[in-house]
Ligand binder design. Structure first.
Ligand code: PXP
Length: 237
């Protein structure tokens, strides 16, 4: 059964809207675990628009499952990761103007700097995933720089406006997942997944873990976070 890592950034987004003390993403992380989350994901962005350094430190202390830190591949973030010691880092591209992470990393173009950051994290016993678009060339490039695994970007599948595009995107995901798995890499998937579109992707048995945030936190406003997590877990079973 695939694991579910719950991204709690959006709880911090609500808090930051008022620069207030609540709702606290740290509390959300603990409640998500009570609901059955197999891991917690936070994205410490360079502009600190949602998760703050204090959140990262407290979540690291409290999380009983696995902590996945999403971050840009920069020296500043590398330093923070080495101090924080999450169980895993997912390297993502970051643009200040974007609402959320828009595309995957271009591993082919940024091979050398990425390789160094991957090596430094692995040296500190932190697993590394690269967040990439479902493209075979990116999977192969990731393999060449010795990443532990990849997280396949499901955003285009989730955003597809018609059945034909959706099926085409699902096939791209499927092919990339199979290739990554054949190359011996850990395969995760995420971005834009919700209670309606997750099932088809969850049928791909080579995907070991899903990173899901927005849809779970949105549902939790109405049903509470434990139930929202439980219901998502049921769907990816
Ligand atoms: N994976 C990565 C790399 C992300 O950047 C995000 C968004 O922070 C997610 C997964 C989760 O996406 P969503 O919030 O749309 O479920």
């Amino acid at each position: 059964m695939a694991r579910l890592s719950v991204n709690v950034d959006h709880v911090a987004t609500i808090r930051q809207a008022r620069r207030a003390k609540e709702p606290d993403p740290v509390t959300a992380a603990s409640l998500a675990e009570l609901g059955g989350a197999d891991g917690i994901t936070i994205h410490l962005r360079e502009d600190r628009r949602h998760i703050q350094d204090r959140d990262a430190i407290l979540v690291r202390k409290l999380v009983k499952t696995k902590l996945n830190l999403e971050m840009a591949a920069t020296q500043d973030m590398l330093k923070i990761a080495l101090e924080l010691k999450p169980d895993m880092v997912t390297l993502v591209p970051e643009r200040r103007q974007e609402l959320t992470t828009e595309g995957g990393l271009d591993v082919r173009t940024h091979r050398e700097p990425l390789k160094k950051i991957v090596a430094a994290l692995k040296e500190a016993n932190i697993r590394v995933n690269l967040f990439i678009d479902p493209e075979p060339e990116q999977v192969k490039a990731g393999h060449r720089i010795d990443t532990n695994g990849v997280e396949i970007h499901t955003g285009r599948y989730c955003d597809a406006k018609d059945e034909t595009t959706r099926n085409k995107e699902l096939e791209r995901i499927y092919n990339s997942v199979l290739l990554a798995s054949k190359l011996g890499m850990a395969v995760h998937a995420g971005h834009g997944l919700d209670y309606y579109n997750v099932k088809k992707v969850a049928e791909i048995k080579e995907i070991e873990e899903f990173a899901i945030g927005f849809s779970i936190i949105s549902r939790s406003v109405f049903v509470g976070i434990e139930r929202a997590v439980r219901e998502m877990k049921e769907l990816i079973k």
